[in-house]
Each structure stands twice: as structure tokens, then as C-alpha cells.
Design a protein around this ligand. Structure first.
Ligand code: PLP
Length: 422
């Protein structure tokens, strides 16, 4: 059913009823926030043991004093834990500080100033530089490109990854130097790049000889169900297709341990890693190895990471279930929205009636619920259909979350009814 199946009178009474509910919610003086995908305090508590590590034993397995300068590639013991997760040989993994976003930033800036292996000249001296952006996507990826004047070419993001035909068309342009991808449980739709799509992207003939896939595997181990979705082996696929330098793989412990004090990782071909380190060495003498050591001691091995992630899942899965169930109960009867039911990651992506997302967010704000601005998941903040809304369920308590989603559903119904009656 959709609202079009109702008479105008029926739509008007729906609007009256929801407007009354909205006014009642406004009276409650709510102050709720569904904007950013932050771990909740209960999730952060899972890793409190980190606060006592590494203690007095501050030498790594090789006897290095982690308190001192140096060790640009990061400690071997933490790289060993994440190399199999990233599907990259440990020698080709760099461990850094607390933000993979900073590594992404540096890769772009180094490329603009110096070019990458295979470049004829620095990207920055080219007439124009473009990146392919599957959308909906991660707003901070797009903000980085905007910051440095890299033009964004939007392609649709499907359930199995980006629309490969659209990507194939885009890479015929030699100024298209790269693309973003969140391969597993993407932000915000939760889509997973299939093996077949990954293989096609790896094999694509691109006009730019130095084309890069920025493979941001931020949610590699962030399962919400028993199903442990495995990320495609992009490094292996690209090497097999004769493009070993194409993928640059990012990951971090931000949503594993402490979001603000974790460890980030970069994995790529040996040539790309040598290139990255040569420029990184000018920026820093070395990473925070004390932090890396305490992470290695705490996580221990890959199984330790998975065990910790099971703890996160126990906290997060019921929140995601609540979001989906409230949306279903409130919106499905009117056919005014569709939403993702992700098997992992941090977000639910909600599509409301075309042309109403901005109004919905205005209504939620009036009732005290902050949402990410409409269009945020699209390059230049421009959702051509003004319909997509990103929901971040992780931070609020279950009770707060239920109220916030109720406000959201009420707002979706009001905006949809208003549109029919306009
Ligand atoms: N990549 C994606 C897709 C994200 O959603 C986020 C955070 O929301 C990040 C990267 C940030 O990662 P980090 O904390 O390692 O900078």
C-alpha cells in the first residue's frame, strides 16, 4: 500500500493524528542524537583493560623500548594480528595512530604532491583529478575530496557493491584517479562488495595508469549476526589481474577498542607501502608504539579480536533489531519508506518518500532528535532524490533509541502526508 491508495480525507486524518503525536513528543523536551556512529559507553567499557596496559613491561617482543622514537611501520605484533583480517602479508601492513581517516588523508595529499607509483606526474599538477564515489557513502570520504578540490563522480551503490557498468564508463576518463569503497557493511547501507564485483573492479582497464581503489574496510569484523561475512581479497584479485598497485586497504580498531585511542592500519603492494613510508617518514618519526603494544597485549590474536567483536554484537544487535522493528511497525502499513537490515557495520539507511528527507529531518529536530543532515551520504551533500536518511543506532541507550526512532517514524509520516496534500 502507499498513501496514494488513501482518500484525501484519510491522508488528512493521518496527518492530524501524527501531528498531534509530534506535538506531544515536542512537549517532552527530548535531547537525542542519532548523528554519528559512535560506540556507546558500554561498548567502550569492554576494552577497559587497555587502561592498565602495557604497565611496566613496555618493550615489544623484539626488545624495542616502545616509549622511544622510531619504528615507522609500527610494531610487528599488532601488524600480525591485523594482516590476516586485511588479507595482506604482514610486511605490507603499516600500523599507525588512532585514525585511518588520517591515513586516507595522507595518501591523497602525498598523491597530490608527489604522484603515486605509476604516475607520470603529481596528481596536483593535472588539470583535474576525479574520484568515483559510490553513493550513498561515507560523508567524511567526500569531505576529504572536497577539501582538496578532487571532483566527485557519483555512481550508484547496489547491494553487492558499486554499479560496475557506471564505474567502467567513468574510468575511461584519464583524470579519474581513484575510487572509494567500503567493502564490508558499508556506511550507511550495510552493503557488501561481492567477490564477483571485486574481481571486475580489480580487472578493469582504466585510462589512468595510476588508478587506485581506496578500500576502506572499517567494518571488516563488525558482524551483527552469526554470519561472518568475509571481505573479498582485493589485493590478491588485483595482483592476479596485473594491477598489484591498485588497492590501498585501510582498517582500524576505532570500533573494536577505543574510538579515540585505537590503532589504524594501511595495507597495499610492497611498492605502494615503500612509497607511503618514504613520505610518512617526513611527517612523523614514528607512531604511538605504547598504544600499539597495549593493543597487541589486550587483543592477543585474531581470535581475540573476534571474541571482543562478539561482545560488541551482544550490545549492538538488539539496537539494530529495535530500529528495524519500530520502522516496520510504524511505516510498513503506509508504504512510505524502505530501509536496510544490515548484517554488520554501524548504520541503517532509510529511504523516505522522494523530496521529503529534508522536511523529515527538520521535523525530528523540532522534536529534539538530531539526525545527520539530509544528503550527507552523497557527494557535495546533494541527494538528487532528497530521500536518504542515515540512522546511527549505536550510541543512545535502548530506551532513548526507541523514542528517537518513534520521533523519526512520526516525522516520516507527517512529511509524506504533507506531500500528498500539497
Ligand atoms: N571509514 C568509515 C567507512 C567509517 O564509517 C568511519 C567512521 O565512522 C571511519 C572510516 C573512521 O575511521 P577511523 O576512526 O579509523 O579514522
Amino acid at each position: 500500500m502507499s498513501l496514494d491508495d488513501l482518500s484525501r480525507d484519510q491522508v488528512q486524518s493521518l496527518l492530524d493524528e501524527q501531528t498531534a503525536a509530534h506535538s506531544a513528543l515536542k512537549q517532552r523536551g527530548l535531547k537525542l542524537d542519532l548523528t554519528r556512529g559512535k560506540p556507546s559507553p558500554e561498548q567502550l567499557d569492554l576494552s577497559n583493560e587497555l587502561l592498565t596496559l602495557p604497565g611496566d613491561d613496555f618493550r615489544d617482543a623484539g626488545g624495542v623500548d616502545t616509549r622511544n622514537y622510531g619504528g615507522l611501520t609500527g610494531l610487528t605484533e599488532i601488524r600480525e594480528i591485523f594482516a590476516p583480517i586485511m588479507q595482506v602479508p604482514v610486511e605490507q601492513v603499516v600500523a599507525g595512530d588512532n585514525a585511518s581517516l588520517a591515513m586516507m588523508h595522507d595518501n591523497l595529499v602525498f598523491a597530490l604532491f608527489h604522484g603515486v607509483p605509476g604516475s607520470e606526474q603529481p596528481w596536483g599538477v593535472e588539470e583535474s583529478v576525479k574520484f568515483i564515489c559510490p553513493a550513498p557513502g561515507y560523508d567524511r570520504h567526500f569531505a576529504l575530496l572536497e577539501e582538496y578540490g578532487i571532483e566527485m563522480v557519483t555512481v550508484p551503490l547496489n547491494d553487492d557493491g558499486p554499479d560496475v557498468d557506471a564505474v567502467r564508463e567513468a574510468v575511461k576518463d584519464p583524470s579519474v584517479k581513484g575510487m572509494w569503497l567500503v567493502p564490508t557493511y558499508s556506511n550507511p547501507t550495510g552493503s557488501v562488495v561481492s567477490e564477483a564485483v571485486a574481481a571486475e573492479l580489480a580487472a578493469l582497464e582504466t585510462a589512468a595508469p595510476d588508478f587506485r581503489i581506496f578500500w576502506d574496510n572499517a567494518y571488516a569484523v563488525h558482524h551483527l549476526t552469526e554470519q561472518q561475512t568475509k571481505t573479498a581479497d582485493i589485493l590478491g584479485l588485483c595482483s592476479a589481474s596485473g594491477h598489484p598497485d591498485r588497492p590501498v586497504i585501510f582498517a582500524s580498531t576505532s570500533k573494536i577498542t577505543f574510538a579515540g585511542s585505537g590503532v589504524c592500519f594501511l595495507g597495499s603492494s610492497a611498492d605502494n607501502i615503500a612509497w607511503y613510508l618514504s613520505h610518512l617518514g617526513k611527517r612523523t618519526i614514528g607512531p604511538d608504539k605504547v598504544n600499539q603494544l597495549r593493543h597487541a597485549r589486550y587483543l592477543k590474536d585474531v581470535d581475540g579480536v573476534h571474541a571482543l567483536m562478539a561482545g560488541h554484537r551482544d550490545i549492538l544487535a538488539p539496537k539494530f533489531e529495535a530500529v528495524v522493528s519500530i520502522l516496520h511497525d510504524r511505516l510498513a502499513p503506509y508504504g512510505v519508506a524502505s530501509w536496510t537490515e544490515p548484517k554488520g557495520g554501524y548504520f541503517v539507511s532509510l529511504d523516505v518518500v522522494d523530496g521529503t528527507a529534508s522536511r523529515v529531518i527538520e521535523l525530528t529536530r523540532e522534536a529534539g532528535v538530531a539526525m545527520t543532515p539530509a544528503g550527507a551520504a552523497f557527494p557535495y551533500g546533494d541527494d538528487p532524490r532528497d530521500r536518504n536518511i542515515r540512522i546511527a543506532p549505536s550510541y543512545p541507550s535502548p530506551d532513548e533509541l526507541a523514542v528517537a526512532i518513534d520521533v523519526l517514524a512520526t516525522s516520516v509520516l507527517i512529511a509524506a502526508a504533507e506531500q500528498v496534500l500539497a
